[in-house]
Design a protein around this ligand. Structure first.
Ligand code: DC
Length: 241
């Protein structure tokens, strides 16, 4: 283990924010393991609600918000009971007792997640659970609004980004590695740009770097180098260097 923990009265929280494909979740997992902290993937929570909405007939194609979908999403929240559990160190998301974890990484669910994340009522429900989890333990949380909104007093904040092209290439490779060849690179790239726009232009808690977050651009560095860079930022922020 690289880090000592428990040297502060309150729990320590590490906020990793940034657009999709920047490497956040892989980095967060590695750091959480090193530090023996809980890893909370907040995107999985929005994905779970996106999938729940699809299963309940919400159509996210085209300009989804023009179809009265927002109202439907808000009403679906009443019957949406989300549980986040860690089984053997791996996060699993349950909706009304059903394990959604293995079904939330498709391109369709990515789009739905970005769309539901625009709705304030949806965000408030997720944020409540995220804060509750962080209050009880040392945590590495990744998302879009952790440093700016969910945990404005996080011990360490890092904004991880990369060029849209580099991120799309990584996402495309991930899909292919999973055996999903149903999308062209051009589709993945344009979806990525669309999602970036959606996530960063929404009015409530948009994707943006907190003033006190350290910026890390991973366009020209590999995963190991990115993890090392994050580790070093954390060590220095925690005064352990
Ligand atoms: O990190 P991800 O790709 O799994 O996130 C899926 C979507 O969820 C993303 O497009 C935006 C949304 N999201 C969010 O709005 N706030 C978060 N803290 C995490 C994710």
């Amino acid at each position: 283990m690289y880090f000592r923990s428990g040297n502060q009265a309150a729990h320590t929280s590490i906020a990793l924010d940034g657009p999709s494909g920047a490497g956040k979740s892989t980095i967060a997992k590695a750091i959480a393991k090193d530090m023996n902290y809980l890893y909370l993937d907040t995107g999985a929570m929005y994905r779970a609600f996106g999938l729940y909405a699809i299963k309940n007939g919400v159509d996210f194609s085209g300009s989804w918000s023009d179809k009265g979908n927002e109202k439907k999403l808000i009403s679906l929240l009443d019957s949406f009971d989300l549980d986040v559990k860690h089984v053997d160190g791996v996060q699993r998301v349950f909706v009304n007792g059903e394990d959604y974890t293995d079904f939330i990484r498709t391109n369709e669910v990515s789009k739905a997640a970005s769309a539901v994340a625009v709705v304030s009522a949806v965000r408030l429900k997720m944020v409540e659970l995220q804060r509750k989890i962080a209050a009880g333990t040392n945590v590495v949380m990744d998302g879009r609004d952790i440093g700016t909104y969910v945990l404005p007093n996080a011990t360490v904040k890092i904004f991880i980004t990369a060029s849209a092209l580099a991120r799309a290439k990584r996402r495309y490779k991930e899909l292919l590695d999973k055996g999903d060849d149903s999308h062209t690179f051009e589709q993945v790239y344009s979806d990525m740009i669309e999602r970036d726009k959606n996530d960063s232009t929404r009015s409530f808690a948009p994707l943006t770097r907190a003033d006190d977050a350290t910026l890390l651009d991973t366009t020209n560095i590999n995963l190991e180098e990115s993890i090392e860079a994050v580790r070093s930022i954390i060590l220095s922020r925690l005064g352990l260097e």
